[in-house]
Design a protein around this ligand. Structure first.
Ligand code: GSH
Length: 417
């Protein structure tokens, strides 16, 4: 009996498996009506596939295979999709990693922001799309002289990259980006219009213009109703810390304690509105969020500080430093009402600094920042964006994520919103 694929018709990962099966001539059972919004994560399903992700391929002997690339390879076995030459086989694997790690995963992180599964942040979204476009430009130059990625015939490498492109071009890489990579587009069209793949990829609706969500999902929650959390002890950094939805508190919230910052004279500057403007608009330029900021900023009720990590010589990998900033921001949770931050890692591995800027309620940084137990690991300097050109440039660079300090360029950043 043929193995059984579980996955939805429009799902990009299930499509890649079906594409491999179609090209390899491998027979599979597949319910084209399968709906991911249905109740498929049953106990029985999770017993066979504890990660609970789709697609899966159940073999005749009951083995359940997961991970779409691995399933595609299983179905491709014995066909010309998998070259017998050792080097070419390695090249196929090399493209498998490129397709998944450099294209599919970042596209998924960006697309989840559009779908409201992750909080939308314009700088983060644009940063991801920029990286994907850079990678597409490299693939474009490779494809100037090639029809397929490995050798002269279609291989699993094309299934994996082609299916990643189908995901990208229907979600976060729009018409404006696609015109810059004509060879990739030609290659993609050859792939999706392959006679054996018409059933898999036809119809396919390419995205012409990416539209950001109307309001960031996270900020739609009424902030005023949130109970302040106790500052948390530093915890081990975990990947994507700042991108994750807030966890539900595990212990009942403490009764609200009045914060002296609430006694400051009322201000016309609305920090929550700034956070929305920042998330939804380009930072620089006419009509950008900085223009909005300078118009509305209340110099009496709020102030701007530069933040610098004191122990930069201890920093190693950029992503670890970035997680550290995410952890610091998590521990500032109790000051969310009084604080906005944009802090980045500048430079490269083993030669980097953590630096950025915060906008705070009041003139004194300490009562806003000392809710984080590690606040003293950073130094703070008030910025005068009205009278000091360097301070203004620094502030704008930190907001726009293009800050350069001592030749070190912005590599990764986090916002506290
Ligand atoms: N790396 C995995 C990713 C699988 C995956 O993320 N599947 C999503 C659908 S695209 C899923 O099953 N989501 C259901 C869930 O998270 O509950 C693959 O390529 O198969």
């Amino acid at each position: 009996m043929a193995p059984t694929l579980t996955g939805a018709a429009g799902n990009p990962r299930a499509r890649r498996v079906r594409a491999a099966a179609a090209l390899a001539g491998a027979e599979i059972n597949w319910d084209s009506k399968f709906d991911m919004s249905g109740n498929w994560k049953t106990e029985e399903f999770l017993a066979k596939n504890p990660f609970g992700f789709l697609p899966t391929l159940e073999l005749e002997d009951g083995t359940v295979l997961r991970e779409s690339a691995a399933i595609a390879e299983y179905l491709a076995e014995g066909s010309s999709l998998l070259p017998s030459d050792k080097t070419q086989r390695a090249e196929v694997n090399q493209w498998r990693s490129t397709a998944d790690q450099e294209l599919f995963v970042p596209a998924s992180l960006a697309n989840r922001q559009l779908m409201g599964v992750l909080p939308y942040s314009k700088p983060n979204f644009d940063g991801i799309v920029k990286k994907i476009n850079e990678r597409l430009a490299v693939i474009d130059s490779i494809l100037i002289t090639k029809t397929f990625l490995v050798g002269e015939r279609i291989t699993l490498a094309d299934v994996l990259v082609g299916s990643a492109l189908a995901f990208l071009f229907t979600t976060v890489i729009d018409g404006e980006s696609r015109v810059k990579v004509p060879n990739v587009v030609r290659y993609f069209e050859t792939f999706v219009n392959h006679p054996k793949l018409l059933e898999v990829y036809n119809p396919i609706n390419l995205v012409e213009k990416v539209t950001p969500p109307a309001a960031p999902a996270k900020e739609q929650k009424p902030k005023a109703e949130k109970a302040p959390k106790e500052p948390k002890a530093p915890k081990a950094p975990k990947a994507k810390e700042a991108d994750e939805e807030e966890e539900e508190p595990l212990v009942p919230a403490e009764p609200k304690v009045k914060n002296p910052l609430d006694d400051l004279p009322k201000s016309a500057f609305n920090l929550e509105e700034w956070k929305r403007q920042y998330s939804n608009l380009d930072t620089r330029g006419s009509g950008g969020s900085l223009e909005w900021f300078y118009e509305k900023f209340d110099r009496e009720g709020f102030s701007i500080y530069r933040v610098d990590f004191k122990y930069n010589e201890e920093l190693t990998q950029v992503f670890m430093s970035s997680n550290q900033v995410g952890g610091f921001f998590n521990r500032l949770e109790a000051s969310r009402k009084y604080l906005f931050g944009s802090v980045g890692v500048l430079g490269k591995a083993n030669d980097s600094i953590i630096s950025g800027a915060v906008i705070i309620r009041g003139q004194d940084i300490e009562p806003v920042i000392n809710v984080a137990p590690d606040w003293e690991s950073y130094s703070y300097k008030k910025l005068d964006v009205d009278n000091n050109k360097e301070d203004k440039e620094f502030f704008e660079g930190a907001m726009a994520w293009d800050l350069v300090v001592d030749g070190k360029e912005w590599a990764d950043g986090k916002n506290f919103k």
